[in-house]
Write a protein that binds this ligand. Structure first.
Ligand SMILES: [Zn+2]
Length: 65
């Protein structure tokens, strides 16, 4: 029973976690919502919506004032 040369799986899992630096889509402090200005179309008056930048979605902070 000779073992100890290979790295433990625990360290690998820890490294994978550090790799995911970006916050997940469902972050607790932010939330995606349909743009109220263009109603999710991304266009207002034949122009790119300035509120959402043409995505039709806006990120709003949840739990604010
Ligand atoms: Zn918009």
């Amino acid at each position: 029973m000779a073992s100890g040369d290979e790295d433990p799986p625990e360290e690998m899992a820890a490294e994978e976690m550090a790799s995911g630096d970006e916050a997940p889509p469902g972050a607790p402090s932010t939330g995606e919502d349909v743009c109220p200005d263009c109603d999710g179309s991304g266009v207002v008056a034949a122009a790119v919506c300035d509120t959402c930048g043409g995505t039709g979605w806006v990120i709003e902070a949840v739990g604010g004032g």
